[in-house]
Design a protein around this ligand. Structure first.
Ligand code: C2O
Ligand code: CU
Length: 558
C-alpha cells in the first residue's frame, strides 16, 4: 500500500455551472474538486488550506468509514474544529474498501456551494471485480441554485422562514444549462448568464463502440432525488455505496442524495451522440428542466441530439421508487473479503431504536426533529468533548430511544413545538442496533417528504421498507434476512418506515443524518458514540481542537 498525497487550497471562485455566474467554493481554483484516486489499503493524506476569509471549512470523505481515524471524518462540531482562515489541516486515513465514493464540505451548507469532488478506490493490482469492463467514467450529479448559500441558510434559519424552493438546474459533473432569458434584467448576474460560456457546455462522456464501461455515479444533491437515464442504453447496476450487489438491469436509476453506484453500460449504439438525462423524483419537477449531458461515440463531433429528453417515471411515482429500492440485494458469494456480509446469528439485535421524523417549530423557527429533538451543532467538537471529558461541553443525558407512544404520523403534529438538543446516543462497542426510521406528516396536512439518511463511520444493512406505521410485531416478518445490502445511505419514503441494522465496530463519534443539506441544517440528525476509551488511548491530533471548550485544553497543557 502507498501514500497518496494532495495539497488543496480552498478559496472562493467564480463559476457558471449552469451558465449563471456566481461565487462558489473551489479547490485549487477548480470545480468540481480534483478526483482522489487510490487503491485499497492506501493511505490518503490531504492537506487543506483555507483561503476563505469569512468562513471556516472542513472536508468529509463520504462512505469512507475512517476505521481508527474518527478525528479525520471532517464533520464540523463532531470530529474537529473548522479550519479557520489562513490555516491548514491534514486529513490522513486508510481507504480500506474498493468502491465509488466522494467528498464534500461538512460545515454549514458548504456542500451546496460546490464544495465536493470524487473519491475512487481501486482494487489492488492483480485483483479484479466480479464483473468485467473495458473502460470507466465517473459523473457526480447535483441540484443547483442561483442564490448563494449564506442567503439560503439565513432564510431557513429566520423566523420569517424562507424556503430555498426547487433548484434552478440539475448538473452532471458540475455542468447544466439554465435558460438565461429567465434571469430578471435587474439581476447583476444577468449580464454574465451566457449560454455560450464554455463552463456550462454539456458534460461529454466519450466511449468506443462495442466496449463495456463502468459508469460511476454519485449524488451530492442538496434536496432532490435524482433519476439518471441514458437514451437508448440499458444499465446493469453492480455496486452501491462501495458494495457489490446482485446485478440487475434497468433503463433508469434513482439516486438519493449521498448514494453512489456503479452501472455497466454496453456501448453498442449506432448513432454518434445520445442524451444523458437527469430528472427530479419525489418532489415536483414543474420548474426543473431535465439536466442533460452527452454520450459520445468514437470521437464524433459531440452535440445534444434533437430527440426527446430522457425521462424516467413521473416524479410522484413512488411505487416505482420503492420497487427499485427493494431490488438491491448483497452480492451472494462476494469475493471481496472486506465486504460486509450479514450473518443472522452474529448480527442478532442487542438494542432497538425508533426515530420519528417530524417537522416542527422551535421559538418561531421551522425545524426538523427526531423523537421531538431538533439537532443543534455543538460549539465544542463532540469527539474531543467525549475523549477529554470536557465538563459542560455536551449534554450526556441520552435522547429518547422511542417516540412518545400514540403519535399520529398521518397528521401534522398536534403540538408543533419541539426541543432543541445535541445529545448523543451512546453504545457499547459490539452492540448490534436495529434502527427504525419512521416518517410522518410535515407541518402541512397530507404532506410527508423523502429523507435519505446517511451514517458516518459504519455501514448498515437495509432490512426493509414499509408503508404507514412500523409494527414491532408484524413488520419484522417482512425483513430481508437472507442477503440484505450493506449501505451507508438509505431513503425513508413519505408516510413510511425504513429498518436498518448495524454493528458498532468503529470507535468514535458519528453523525447519522438526513443527507438533504437543507434538512440537516434545520436539525435533522442525531449523534452516535461508542468506544471512546479506545479513541482516548490512541489520541486525537491537537490540530482538531481550538474551538469551543477545547480552548481550555490548551490553557491547561500549553
Ligand atoms: Cu455526505 Cu454527513 O454526509
Ligand atoms: Cu430530510
Amino acid at each position: 500500500a502507498k501514500v497518496v498525497e494532495y495539497e488543496w487550497e480552498v478559496s472562493y471562485i467564480n463559476a457558471a455551472p449552469d451558465c449563471y455566474s456566481k461565487t462558489i467554493l473551489g479547490i485549487n481554483g477548480i470545480y468540481p474538486g480534483p478526483t482522489i484516486r487510490a487503491s485499497q489499503n492506501d493511505t490518503v493524506r490531504v492537506t487543506m488550506k483555507n483561503h476563505v476569509a469569512t468562513e471556516g471549512i472542513t472536508m468529509h470523505w463520504h462512505g469512507i468509514r475512517q476505521i481508527g481515524s474518527p478525528w479525520a471524518d471532517g464533520t464540523a462540531a463532531v470530529s474537529q474544529c473548522p479550519i479557520v482562515y489562513g490555516e491548514s489541516f491534514t486529513y490522513e486515513f486508510t481507504v480500506d474498501r474498493p468502491g465509488t465514493y466522494f467528498y464534500h464540505g461538512h460545515f454549514g451548507c458548504q456542500r451546496a456551494a460546490g464544495f465536493y469532488g470524487s473519491l475512487i478506490v481501486d482494487l489492488p493490482d492483480g485483483m479484479y471485480e466480479p464483473y468485467h469492463y473495458e473502460g470507466e467514467h465517473m459523473i457526480i450529479v447535483n441540484d443547483w441554485w442561483h442564490r448563494g448559500i449564506i442567503d439560503q441558510e439565513q432564510g431557513l434559519e429566520s423566523t420569517t422562514f424562507k424556503w430555498v424552493g426547487e433548484p434552478q438546474s440539475l448538473l452532471l459533473e458540475g455542468r447544466g444549462r439554465y435558460n438565461c432569458s429567465k434571469v430578471p434584467k435587474y439581476d447583476p448576474a444577468a449580464i454574465s448568464c451566457n449560454q455560450t460560456d464554455e463552463r456550462c457546455a454539456p458534460h461529454v462522456w466519450k466511449v468506443e463502440r462495442g466496449k463495456t464501461y463502468r459508469l460511476r455515479l454519485a449524488s451530492v444533491a442538496s434536496l432532490s432525488t435524482l433519476n439518471f437515464k441514458i437514451e437508448g442504453h440499458m444499465m446493469q447496476v453492480v455496486e452501491a455505496d462501495g458494495h457489490n450487489i446482485e446485478p440487475f438491469y434497468t433503463d433508469n436509476i434513482d439516486i438519493y442524495s449521498g448514494e453512489t453506484y456503479s452501472v455497466l453500460v454496453h456501448c453498442n449504439g449506432t448513432l454518434d451522440n445520445y442524451h444523458l438525462g437527469l430528472n427530479v423524483r419525489g418532489r415536483t419537477d414543474k420548474d426543473v428542466p431535465t439536466g442533460l449531458g452527452i454520450l459520445n461515440y468514437n470521437n464524433a463531433t459531440a452535440y445534444q441530439p434533437n430527440t426527446p429528453w430522457p425521462k424516467g417515471p413521473a416524479w410522484d411515482d413512488f411505487p416505482a421508487s420503492k420497487a427499485q429500492a427493494k431490488k438491491y440485494k448483497a452480492l451472494r458469494n462476494n469475493p471481496d473479503p472486506t465486504s460486509h456480509a450479514f450473518n443472522k446469528t452474529e448480527h442478532a439485535v442487542t438494542r432497538t431504536i425508533i426515530l420519528l421524523n417530524t417537522q416542527n417549530k422551535y421559538q418561531g423557527h421551522t425545524k426538523w426533529a427526531i423523537n421531538n429533538v431538533t439537532y443543534a451543532p455543538l460549539q465544542t467538537p463532540l469527539l474531543a468533548a467525549l475523549v477529554y471529558n470536557i465538563s459542560g461541553a455536551v449534554d450526556l443525558t441520552p435522547p429518547p430511544d422511542y417516540p412518545t407512544s400514540g403519535y399520529n404520523i398521518f397528521n401534522p403534529p398536534a403540538n408543533p413545538n419541539t426541543n432543541v438538543g445535541s445529545g448523543v446516543y451512546q453504545f457499547n462497542t459490539g452492540d448490534v442496533v436495529e434502527l427504525i426510521l419512521q416518517n410522518a406528516a410535515t407541518l402541512t396536512a397530507n404532506q410527508s417528504e423523502v429523507h435519505p439518511w446517511h451514517l458516518h463511520g459504519h455501514d448498515f444493512w437495509i432490512m426493509g421498507y414499509g408503508d404507514g406505521v412500523y409494527d414491532p410485531i408484524k413488520s419484522p416478518f417482512t425483513f430481508e434476512l437472507d442477503n440484505p445490502p450493506a449501505r451507508n445511505n438509505v431513503p425513508l419514503f413519505p408516510f413510511g418506515w425504513t429498518a436498518i441494522r448495524f454493528k458498532l465496530d468503529n470507535p468514535g463519534a458519528w453523525p447519522f443524518h438526513c443527507h438533504v443539506e437543507w434538512h440537516f441544517h434545520m436539525g435533522m440528525g442525531v449523534m452516535f458514540a461508542h468506544g471512546i476509551d479506545q479513541v482516548r488511548q490512541k489520541g486525537i491530533p491537537s490540530s482538531t481542537l481550538g474551538c469551543g471548550l477545547t480552548k481550555t485544553l490548551f490553557k491547561l497543557n500549553p
